[in-house]
Design a protein. Structure first.
Length: 232
């Protein structure tokens, strides 16, 4: 694997942070200065500041993200991050993003290839959201969502959309199932049909549900769940 990915797997830094360590000359491979394009094999010795490092065991964590946490490994404004909530010996990072005010299912891992696959739109990973919205969405609005919405960065793929529970005067609750993950996509889609989001929750991600997890709690995935993610 590339040297920056090796350092990320070892929990030393993010890939971007690892690149900075490499450029600063703090990383060696088999006694020679590491380069940005260096590839590391299993038998190679990697040192950072003269100390040997090794990749951590792969880890896969499902978090019930609470509101008010940011989806990043560290925050320059000292806000609480999702990584702060996961007390795991391996350095895991979030796959994709949820807005600070959005709650729900979030996967964290140190398996870079799997994270890349899950985040790539080609694979159409299923994401299910529950949204409280302003106004009472009509059947026509639901049909627009199902056909796809024209946004400023291009039309969205068709979504599954249905009402949840009884319709209340002046407000509504919808379930949207998407297979792509653009920035603020659910909020932008619902705003485009005239129903801004007041609360957003991701109830399922790639088939994983939050059953038994309170907000802020997390669990490791079962091996069978990891296999399902890899074979999606």
């Amino acid at each position: 694997m590339r040297l920056n990915a090796y350092l990320a797997r070892a929990g030393i830094a993010s890939r971007r942070g690892a690149d900075e360590l490499i450029k600063a000359g703090r990383v060696s491979v088999n006694g020679e200065p590491g380069q940005l394009n260096t590839f590391v094999e299993s038998r190679d010795r990697v040192d950072v500041d003269g100390r040997p490092v090794a990749p951590q065991q792969l880890a896969y964590v499902l978090l019930h993200k609470p509101a008010g946490t940011v989806t990043t490994a560290r925050d320059p404004h000292a806000r609480r991050t999702v990584v702060d909530l996961v007390d795991h010996p391996a350095r895991v990072v979030p796959v994709g993003r949820l807005d600070a005010d959005t709650t729900g299912a979030l996967l964290l891992t140190n398996d870079g290839p799997l994270a890349h696959r899950l985040a790539h739109p080609r694979y159409g990973v299923e994401k299910v959201y529950e949204a409280d919205v302003e106004g009472d969405p009509s059947d026509e609005a639901l049909e627009e969502l199902r056909r796809g919405i024209a946004l400023d960065d291009g039309p969205t793929a068709p979504a599954e959309a249905r009402r949840l529970g009884t319709r209340r005067p002046g407000s509504g609750r919808l379930e949207l199932t998407l297979h792509e993950g653009r920035k603020h996509q659910v909020k932008r889609m619902l705003a485009a049909v005239g129903h801004p989001v007041t609360r957003l929750h991701r109830s399922r991600y790639a088939g994983l549900t939050l059953e038994g997890l309170e907000p802020g709690a997390w669990r490791e995935l079962e091996p069978s769940e990891v296999d399902l993610l890899r074979n999606r």
